[in-house]
Design a protein. Sequence first.
Length: 364
Amino acid sequence: MLLISITLIYGVFALLGIYIICSDKSNRVPVPVSNSVSVIVALRNEEKNINRLVRGLIRQKYPLKIEYIFVDDNSSDKTRNLLNEWALKDNRIKVVSNVGEGKKSSIATAIKFASNSIILQTDADCEMGQYWIMSSVNKLLSSKYDMVIGPVYPFQSKTILNGLIRLEWLAMQFITILTARLKNAGMANGANLTFYKKDYEDFNLSKYGEAYASGDDMFFMRFLQKNDKKVAFNLDQEAIVKTEMPISFKGLIQQRIRWATKAGKTTNSLTYFFTFLVVLANFSWIGAALLVINNSSLFTVFSVCVVWKLVTDLAICWNMSRFYNDFKVLFLLPLIFFLYPIYLIMGFVLSFTKRYHWKDRTLH
């Protein structure tokens, strides 16, 4: 009965979460836009992606002035040359060098060069629609928020690995949106953030999270929350930013190690609760399967756990795939149902690894 109870509780919380998310009407009332904005991008060795990003940025539909600040973190490829070429074509583009090393330093440099009070942050491997800025600023101003977390979704490819990543991403976005709706946002992504320059300057002076090479987005959000600032999620399809994901399992593991190194310092209790519930639900059906091996009369327990867990996962992923317009990925749900517990175990073990590789650098 314990295993069935865990699965049922997981389903009930998931359905409540879907209801809470679907009841969000805050994006449907536009407000007058009266602020020029600065878009910042910290990048290193992005020659394969930078042209796509710049094309997406310069076609933004926004009534006031936009400046684009690219901070090159000592690239060893053609990234800087490509950016300089774009700067000659569009005087809104500024290309500067990082005064230090690493993404955190690059963002701090970009903030110093920004001339506007509202900042939008994204990554070099991203692409967005032409109303990204308009939607993001509208959300920031609509209810006087201090940070807006924007929706992020992986580029789609036909590989099974990409499909599994997208399914996991749907679940993570579900938790992100739900915790934000409960006024205790649990995750932020630097690929799509909107905030005020003054707040980031205060964060930078605080040295909060300085000991960690990554996690600038999460540490910044935590800093704002600790100072009673308002953080919201922008549940608007116009604000979706698409981003590259690892194309190999090794790359995926490196990314997850990078995330895990900061998780203990940035994850709040609400996110821990939902994450713990997901983990319990994933292992409940395995526990039921082990019981069936020893006692076939418990097959009903196993069946209830599997069916209810699968139905709940489908409800969560369908709700999110509707927002991101990616229904095809749902066909892989039965596969990830069986693989995810193994993936969770590997992720837990690897979370104790302190070193990881990123952009030709070894960090910890």
